[in-house]
Design a protein around this ligand. Sequence first.
Ligand SMILES: [Zn+2]
Ligand SMILES: [Zn+2]
Length: 213
Amino acid sequence: MPSSGTGTALERLSGVREVVDGVFALRLGMVNVHLVVTDDGVVLVDTGLPGQAAAIERAARKLGTPHAILLTHHHPDHAGSAAALRERTGARLFAHAAEAPFLTGHFQADEPEGRLRKFLFRRLAKVEPTKIDQLVGDGAEPLPGFTVLHTPGHTRGHLSFLLDRAGGVMFAGDAATAEKGAVERFAELDFEHAVFGHGPAVSGRAAEQLRPR
Ligand SMILES: [Zn+2]
Ligand SMILES: [Zn+2]
C-alpha cells in the first residue's frame, strides 16, 4: 500500500483509502464507512448518515456494487443510509436482533448520554426504516472470512466483525469508545488491524493497542 500523500489513482478518484489489502475506508465527515473487496463481491460495513447513499455508491463504483451490508449498530451515523443502500444495490442487510426494533422503525433510537450528543442525535435521528435480511449473533460467519462478535455496551446489539485477512482486521464500529465490556472482548482476540466508526484506523498489532492497560 503506497503511503505517499497523494494516494493511488483509485483513492484520488473515489475518496476511499486502502487501510489494508482490499479493505477501504471512506470518510464521510464525522463518520467512516468501510468497503471490503472479497471473492464474492464487495461488502459494506455501516452506511453513514441519512442522505449519504449516493456518496457511498460513488465511492464503491470502482470496487463493485456491494452485495452485503454489515451493520455494527442502529445509530443514525451508522445505519442512516441503510434503507436507501439496501434498495439501490439489492445488498443483503445483516444486523443483531437487539438492534432490529430500531432499524425497522418500531422504536425510536435510544439516545446517548449528555445534552449536546442528545441534541445532535435528535437532529440526525430521522433514519428511514429498513428491512433486515438476516439477524446474526456472536460467532456467526454470515459471509466467507467474516466472524461476528457481539460487543454490547455502546448499544445492546452492537456487533464487531473480524475479517480473516492480513493478520486479522477488526471492524469495531463504536465498540471501542470506552465500553469496558467490548474492550475486554477484544482482549481475548488477536488481530493486526482495527478500523472504527470514527477516527483513524490502527494498523499493526492493533489488538495490543486496544487492550486495557
Ligand atoms: Zn453509535
Ligand atoms: Zn458512531
